[in-house]
Design a protein around this ligand. Structure first.
Ligand code: NDP
Ligand code: 8X3
Length: 251
């Protein structure tokens, strides 16, 4: 079996970092992306004795930087088998009438346009190869809207639509396209949403057993290791304690 290479955005933390670690354990070479260089360096140092690792530091909002980074990939990393479109966050949790337009820009620019910029650079490679696998990390917030979730939910509904659109438009190119849509996962997500207020962030995951980043990494690995003709198109996963965005069995 030939060794595969995965390109993971948002690999510096949470779901992306856990997926990188899981993939390395299972012999998948890695291109790890994020803005925090020191975290990418640390992850590379940890994983490079298991697989080949290359890091790219860029902000997914910057179309030129995305293009330059991907165009500058060394020869050995130019064949990308798996793209995990994971970079993203929520910024703020406010009723729409009190929303912060900078938060709105951040969510739409990162979660939607950033995902598109990266995909735009990698899809042509996959078409030329006549193979590839794109996994878009959506959310339960892309399946339903919850109070104060407004623009974050809109960004993840957009990911849901883009996931469907990619699958339709790439049909016939032998490229698998699917989404993994988690419910609440205990990562730095809420820390970012609440702008570093860890007390508020911690409360989100208190009183029940939330998903962990490793749970999602395990599922992503399952998705990429199905026989090639099997494309898991859309997968929703929640903690046993969560039934919907607003129904969570908290003690
Ligand atoms: P984390 O905050 O732990 O990780 C977010 C990652 O995205 C980081 O690696 C961060 O890297 C990267 N990122 C954020 N902004 C940018 C940017 N402008 N340019 C490049 N990279 C960026 O959160 P999660 O691991 O939880 O989130 C990963 C994905 O999972 C997101 O798309 C999120 O919406 C989704 N998700 C999360 C859920 C949860 O409950 N945690 C549930 C459902 C979906 P850096 O800061 O170094 O750039
Ligand atoms: C993250 C899950 O419920 O905080 O996408 O929106 S939630």
């Amino acid at each position: 079996m030939t060794t595969k290479t995965a390109f993971i955005t948002g690999a510096t933390s949470g779901i992306g970092a856990a997926t990188a670690t899981y993939f390395a354990k299972n012999g998948i070479n890695l291109i790890l992306c994020g803005r925090r260089q020191e975290r990418l360096d640390a992850l590379k140092a940890e994983l490079q004795n298991q697989v080949n690792v290359h890091t790219l530091t860029f902000d997914v909002r910057n179309k030129k930087d995305v293009a330059n980074a991907i165009n500058g990939l060394p020869e050995a990393f130019q064949h990308i088998d798996i793209l995990i479109n994971n970079a993203g966050n929520a910024h703020g949790l406010d009723p729409i009438q009190e929303g912060n337009t900078e938060d709105w820009d951040a969510m739409l620019d990162i979660n939607v346009k950033g995902l598109l910029y990266v995909s735009d650079m990698i899809i042509p490679k996959m078409i030329a190869q006549n193979s590839g696998h794109i996994i878009n990390i959506g959310s339960t917030a892309g399946k339903e809207v919850y109070p104060k979730g407004n623009v974050y939910c809109a960004s993840k509904h957009a990911v849901d639509a883009i996931n469907q659109g990619m699958r339709i438009d790439l049909n016939g190119h032998n490229i698998r396209v699917g989404a993994v849509n988690p419910g609440m996962v205990e990562t730095e997500f809420s820390e970012v949403r609440f702008k570093g207020d860890s007390e508020k962030a911690d409360k989100v995951y208190q009183g029940f057993k939330p998903l962990q980043a490793e749970d999602i990494a395990d599922i992503i690995h399952f998705v990429v290791t199905r026989p090639y003709h099997v494309n898991i198109a859309d997968l929703v996963v929640m903690s046993v304690d969560q039934a919907s965005s607003t129904v969570v069995n908290k003690q």
